[in-house]
Design a protein around this ligand. Structure first.
Ligand SMILES: [Zn+2]
Length: 452
């Protein structure tokens, strides 16, 4: 069946790469991915998937299905872009639109790779008369860390026996380590304005409060576990030096490798805000921006993916592609002439290292067993969320990685579907890992619905 899967994806390669290129050329921010959704849904329908656009009450969400009964396998696709990462197809920074949007996280490849895997898996199921259901979830706004949480709140993913996702990357090794979970918050301080020189004693500075809060956060760093990350930007700091600011605001992301540590650090940061307000005789207004779970990578699924990796041939690259990747790498401070690999695609290992970035796929992995695959789609020193990643994601090196990711995911999934005892083992591991904890959707009713 390996050959059926590989040949199916190869025979759809033009259709898939054309779609990924179209999405790359027309980057759309989260919640506004209307063209990407329209084009993706069309290919799903053309390939026999019963396709609903606007699933779970979100216009840029897709749920597409093939088959019936168990096992139910979900593929989590994304297609949103990032601000400020517009980039032409060249090996130096050169935006299409100055300050424009671009696919600096490779999500133009991510959704289409899942689509390729679904098409190949469907073909394998038909040939093998294999029962089960393949669900393609088109998930909006991953970069805003809310999409899958909102989908889960509307009931998505609970139908699955397991799910699979992948991410475009600067190397192909996978990890069973976790990504961090996140809690986001906005803090606004309200004080009283005054002439900063003439009558400062009349003022109550909101900016003083914000600075004192951040000093609290800086001291807090020493007293949290090593996995905690706290970062912020000041979005309002007053209007002019000679006016005591009566309003100041900042946004924070608090991350950790467990949901408990994330929430604990979030609550302590909130107390820094309250303490600063008390110190400065101002008022703090805290607005929670949402949250997501850390990932919970499943070892049983990882093993099937590793087997698939060993069977799907590695990509080969032309001189032009290697030169393109090397030129991008030269822009990185980590570049070592003659030593840096242009493309780190041969390393197929499974590691245990944590990843300190975050993905809303964590929410899905706390609902049922899941695994996120990595595949090399960019030069080895391409930073995530950078023009380098945008450039590679529109280039043939990105497309080749996407097609291989589709093959690895489809073959790994097929192996699990073929042997129900492995799916049971994945579920058993999932239950053990949760250790009695149950998923509580972090997108509560205080988070505004994005479409209003
Ligand atoms: Zn991403």
């Amino acid at each position: 069946m390996k050959d059926v899967i590989i040949n199916t994806i190869d025979s759809h390669a033009d259709e898939l790469t054309d779609l990924a290129a179209k999405i790359w050329n027309h980057p759309e921010m989260g919640w506004k991915e209307t063209k990407a959704v329209e084009w993706t849904a069309q290919v799903l329908r053309d390939n026999g998937f019963e396709t609903e656009v606007g699933a779970y009450d979100m216009p840029t969400c897709i749920r597409a299905v093939y088959g019936s009964g168990h096992p139910v396998v979900g593929f989590c696709a994304e297609y949103d872009c990032l601000p400020g990462l517009s980039q032409q197809l060249c090996s130096y920074q050169n935006p299409v639109v100055e300050g424009g949007d671009g696919h600096g996280c490779g999500h133009n490849l991510l959704g289409v790779g899942c689509l390729g895997a679904c098409i190949a898996l469907k073909e394998a199921m038909i040939r093998d008369n294999l029962p089960g259901t393949v669900v393609f979830y088109g998930c909006p706004a991953e970069e805003q860390l809310l999409g899958k949480g909102l989908m889960a709140k509307q009931g998505a993913f609970y139908e699955c026996d397991f799910t699979i996702a992948w991410h475009p990357a600067s190397s192909s090794h996978d990890t069973v380590g976790s990504h961090t979970g996140v809690e986001g918050l906005k803090v606004e301080f309200h004080g009283r304005t005054a002439h900063a020189a003439g009558a400062p004693y009349m003022g109550r500075s909101a900016l003083d409060a914000l600075q004192l809060m951040n000093i609290g956060v800086e001291f807090l760093r020493e007293h949290v576990t090593d996995d905690v990350r706290m970062h912020y930007t000041i979005t309002d700091g007053g209007l002019a030096p000679n006016i005591v600011p009566d309003y100041a605001a900042a946004r924070y992301f608090i991350r950790a490798l467990s949901r408990k540590a994330t929430v604990d650090a979030y609550e302590r940061v909130c107390r820094c805000a309250e303490g600063a307000a008390t110190m400065t005789d101002t008022k703090a207004v805290i607005t929670r921006l949402g949250g997501l779970y850390p990932t919970l990578q499943n070892h049983v699924i990882a093993e099937a993916i590793q087997e698939a990796r060993a069977e799907v041939p590695l990509n080969t690259y032309t001189e032009e592609e290697l030169k393109f990747a090397d030129e991008i790498n030269q822009k990185s401070p980590s570049y070592v002439p003659g030593k840096t690999l242009p493309l780190d695609y041969e390393d197929q290992t499974l590691r245990t290292d944590p990843v300190f970035g975050s993905t809303d796929y964590g929410d899905v992995e706390y609902i049922c067993p899941g695994f996120q695959v990595n595949e090399c789609t960019a030069s080895s020193l391409s930073a995530g969320h950078s023009w380098m990643m945008t450039a590679s994601s529109g280039h043939s090196i990105g497309m080749k990685g996407m097609l291989r990711a589709a093959k690895v995911m489809a073959l790994g999934t097929y192996k699990l579907m073929k042997d129900p005892s492995r799916i049971e083992a994945a579920k058993e591991e999932f239950r053990t890992s949760l250790n009695g904890e149950t998923y509580v959707c972090p997108i509560d009713d205080s988070i505004p619905w994005p479409y209003q």
